[in-house]
Design a binder for this molecule. Structure first.
Ligand code: FPP
Length: 241
């Protein structure tokens, strides 16, 4: 009798909670911002690698709505790191065919950063080799709250009928309306929490929690994880036949 094998599953969209920059630095007696800088170097490596391993969508959790509670100097340092990353990487990302978009509430970010984000989105809009989404001042509950607010106005003003609301329609109001759901969510540094990341979108995602601190997370480790998940049976709630 022939053995039926599952066709390999494609991991198309990987989302990463990049955790452990602070610990990486503290363990070396260095300021936390050095860890974030090292983390930004990892972002470069992982972005370069993704298309080679079949990942067409990469979403990175760079700054959460809760991260404002950190020391003011660390927040300012992170904002400056985001500005520098965009200024430094824009041309290379564009040449490599990376389309960059941002999710999250831009309202609380500074004007210079908002402008750099918008210009990078515009510059890379025609690319599709890799879709890189950076979550900046992002929180899943905040995203849903903003979506519901807009939706409520559309209902009140008669553009949407409550009976027409479907899961797809709700997805349209989220920041991620242009993204497929993540196939795989990775969190580094040993913490096993979702921390308000892609709450709606994670419904059927695989989760991988790895001990590695983000500044040590290598392309080889990502490749191993993606290969390990490819072929894992994801049935989306259906009973296996
Ligand atoms: C969590 O580590 C990390 C962050 C809050 C910042 C993530 C930012 C980067 C990786 C830098 C660059 C990103 C881009 C997109 C250019 P943590 O500080 O919470 O670490 P800890 O838990 O060890 O303190």
């Amino acid at each position: 009798m022939a053995i039926e094998t599952e066709p390999p599953r494609q991991i198309n969209h990987v989302a990463i909670i990049m955790d452990g920059n602070g610990r990486w630095a503290t363990r070396r007696g260095l300021p936390r911002l050095v860890g974030h800088r090292k983390g930004a170097e990892r972002v470069r490596e992982i972005v370069d690698l993704c298309p080679d391993i079949g990942v067409r969508y990469l979403t990175l959790y760079a700054f959460s709505t809760e991260n404002w509670k950190r020391a003011q100097a660390e927040v300012a340092g992170l904002m400056s790191l985001f500005r520098r990353y965009i200024l430094k990487e824009a041309d290379k990302l564009n040449e490599n065919g990376v389309r960059v978009r941002f999710i999250g509430d831009r309202g609380r970010l500074d004007a210079k950063l908002i402008d750099l984000m918008a210009r990078l989105e515009e510059k890379t809009a025609a690319n599709d080799h890799l879709n890189l989404t950076i979550a900046l001042n992002y929180g899943g509950r905040d995203e849903v709250t903003r979506a519901v607010r807009t939706l409520a106005v559309d209902v009140a003003e008669g553009r949407v009928a409550p009976d027409d609301l479907s899961e797809d329609a709700i997805g349209y109001y989220l920041d991620t309306r242009y993204l497929p759901d993540p196939d795989l969510i990775i969190r580094t540094s040993g913490e096993k929490r979702v921390s308000n990341f892609l709450l709606w979108q994670a419904a059927y995602a695989e989760f991988e929690f790895v001990e590695t601190l983000w500044p040590d997370f290598s392309g080889a480790e990502l490749t191993r994880i993606v290969e390990g998940c490819t072929g894992r049976d994801r049935r989306f709630g259906a009973i296996a036949g």
